[in-house]
Design a protein around this ligand. Structure first.
Ligand code: SF4
Length: 399
């Protein structure tokens, strides 16, 4: 699809119609039944006692912070350790506080609600996934899966779609995300967020009994477990998977999965038992917004390139590459390093637009907070003519 035909998309944007705060599932736990979550405090207490730690830290996602003081009391009552709460916002295992805690003399960090990534925590760290014991019936989601499998089967027989006319490309874009790689299978990909990952192999058997060929995708080094997805990484996807089921709550992970794969996606919520699907209209609306942002920066001259300081978000090489690309096009790119990215920290800089290399979801989920366009690296490259949207929208993934 040609960008020159998309200028009207910008006018159709409804910024707040679909937007949600950047929110991992662990942040939602507070409104759920806390008694049914396993915080694995006994294991943590045993480790603290075994090493005779005297100072430990808890790093907890926002949705669990209301429970923090209770957990600190329990640990201090049961051990000889004092507990420091790392009280800054925490959204993922990309965000580790080891340097600061080390300088305070902390001997162990307990990081809750996330699993370990392919980054060095730099000090003893216990990752606690905080599982939920919900076990929803699969019946409500079966009609949705049947429809999605039919879509995957139709795509499987679609043939070569690498030479599309502009109109065909447009139709395909509306159909999915413009991905041109043809499918080689129609398997059901079964994925979950960290709280529900312990369910996936049991649910694999249940869906197989219901007649589905099920794959639990194994992703790259950033993912710890089979079937795991992160807001910034869906690397387990492959061309044998024709459609997906996500076990989890909220649409933070589903939006990323649909943008990354362009495949039909059903959701089954272990907290409520509700089944739903990620509607193509929702994804289309997000893509129109992304198109609008690309259009908006095409004539921009001065950019600020954001570099995340959190260890699992820091993409310095990518930021430097973008700066060189901007220079090649006669434009200016200023490198800004930040621990937290927020409009109050950057909006005042006299630049035309921001390019975000920190958490990929900031540009997708939070862009309406910013007074100026906030785009992903791929979107900048499309605006500069370095990459083409026609080969499919490329979700910004951290490997
Ligand atoms: Fe979550 Fe990934 Fe963003 Fe970290 S970089 S907050 S893991 S989406």
């Amino acid at each position: 699809m040609s960008l020159t035909n998309t200028s009207t998309f910008w006018l159709k944007i409804e910024p707040d119609a679909f937007r949600q705060p950047l929110q991992h599932e662990a942040m939602r736990v507070i409104s759920m039944d806390l008694d049914r979550h396993d915080f694995q405090l006994n294991e943590l207490i045993e480790r603290i006692k075994g090493h005779d730690h005297r100072l430990i830290a808890l790093q907890i996602p926002e949705g669990l912070k209301m429970q923090a003081l209770e957990m600190m009391d329990e640990i201090e009552d049961e051990t000889s350790a004092k507990v420091i709460l790392a009280a800054d916002p925490c959204y993922g295992a990309c965000d580790l506080v080891h340097d600061k805690m080390k300088s305070m003399g902390v001997e162990l960090v307990a990081h809750m609600g996330h699993s370990q990534m392919n980054i060095d925590s730099g000090m003893p760290t216990q990752f606690i996934d905080v599982t939920y014991d919900g076990d929803p019936a699969i019946d409500p989601v079966l009609p949705i899966l049947a429809q999605h499998r039919a879509i995957a089967q139709a795509r499987l027989t679609e043939g070569d779609i690498s030479e599309l006319s502009e109109e065909e490309a447009k139709n395909r874009f509306l159909d999915a995300v413009g991905r041109v790689a043809p499918l080689k299978g129609t398997k059901l990909g079964l994925v979950a967020s960290i709280q529900h990952l312990h369910l996936v192999f049991d649910y694999k058997e249940r869906f197989e009994a219901a007649g589905y060929v099920v794959e639990v995708p194994v992703g790259g080094a950033r993912l710890t477990f089979p079937g795991q997805v992160l807001g910034c990484n869906y690397s387990g996807d492959d061309d044998q998977i024709g459609h997906y089921l996500f076990l989890g709550s909220g649409d933070f992970h589903p939006i990323g999965l649909a943008l990354h794969t362009g495949k039909p996606l059903a959701m089954l919520d272990p907290y409520t038992g509700d089944a739903s699907e990620m509607g193509s209209e929702r994804i289309e609306r997000i893509l129109r917004q992304r198109f609008g942002l690309i259009m908006a920066i095409q004539e921009s001259q001065n950019f600020a390139i954001l570099i995340g300081e959190k260890p699992g978000q820091m993409r310095r090489s990518l930021a430097l590459k973008l700066k060189r690309t901007l220079e090649k096009h006669g434009k200016k790119g200023y490198l800004l390093a930040l621990e937290h990215v927020g409009p109050e920290l950057i909006d005042f800089y006299p630049v035309d637009a921001f390019v975000n290399t920190a958490c990929p979801r900031i540009a997708i989920d939070d862009f309406v907070k910013y007074a100026k366009p906030l785009v992903t690296p791929f979107e900048l490259e499309v605006a500069l003519g370095e990459k083409k949207w026609e080969t499919g929208y490329q979700f910004d993934e951290i490997p």
